[in-house]
Design a protein around this ligand. Structure first.
Ligand code: 5RP
Length: 226
């Protein structure tokens, strides 16, 4: 199977996982990216079995609406039973790097609200130590230079992502070569820099379940300890 087929397989596995656990008033949090897009397209098949969705980006909202799935504002949605999203990297504790698609802040907010965060990813995303993928950081535009200098002090190499404006009107700095061997500490340190909206480390709130697409099928990997 190629990478896209693995993404489709994990999207299908997520659909199979949540379907028997949904009720007619369930609202589902939905992520952003090519793996999440497969999930959205499959979600349309069970459209009548849940109430609607909360989207982690404008692109996801448009795709959901295109399938006739109602999209709610998070503030009016109340509880989210599930949040389903892809990732750029995962370690064995299901701590993630996300934000390759620049949607990290809304993704982190929706993940924070959801009872169960299901990460769907192909096996190329599984790593021993996070950080091969440059860590995205969403930054208020006027703080770009300041945040860059502070990232250098933390040992990272900041690279401004040219031409990208987030759904929140901010910029993205991708951090290369930073030591992320202690992901919670790195997440907290980066978030303390004035001007940082948030960073793409999902360590304080990791995934609860990873559905990993491999050549031998989809592996279901619960977070250790839960
Ligand atoms: C978007 C994300 C995506 O989940 C991440 O980039 C993975 O994308 P894909 O499913 O296309 O590989 O965090 O901000």
């Amino acid at each position: 199977m190629n990478q896209d087929q693995l993404k489709q397989a994990v999207a299908r596995a997520a659909l199979d996982y949540i379907t028997p656990r949904l009720s007619s008033d369930s609202i589902i949090g939905v992520g952003t990216g090519s793996t999440a897009n497969h999930f959205i397209d499959m979600l349309a098949e069970i459209r009548t079995e849940f109430d609607g969705a909360v989207a982690s980006s404008e692109a996801t909202a448009e795709r959901l609406k295109g399938h006739g799935i109602p999209v709610y504002e998070l503030n009016s949605a109340g509880t989210l039973e599930f949040y389903i999203d892809g990732a750029d990297e995962s370690n064995e504790r299901l701590e993630l790097i996300k934000g390759g698609g620049a949607a990290l802040t809304r993704e982190k907010i929706v993940a924070a609200v959801a009872k169960t965060f299901i990460c769907i990813a192909d096996e190329s995303k599984m790593v021993g130590v996070l950080g091969q993928f440059p860590l995205p950081v969403e930054v208020i535009p006027m703080a770009r230079s300041h945040v860059g200098r502070e990232i250098v002090k933390l040992g990272g190499d900041p690279v401004y992502r040219e031409g990208v404006v987030t759904d929140n009107g901010n910029i993205i700095i991708d951090v290369h070569n930073m030591d992320l061997s202690r992901p919670i500490q790195a997440e907290e340190r980066l978030n303390q820099i004035v001007g940082v909206v948030t960073n793409g480390l999902f360590a304080r709130r990791p995934a609860d379940l990873l559905l990993l697409g491999t050549a031998n099928g989809v592996q279901s990997i619960p977070r250790p300890g839960i």
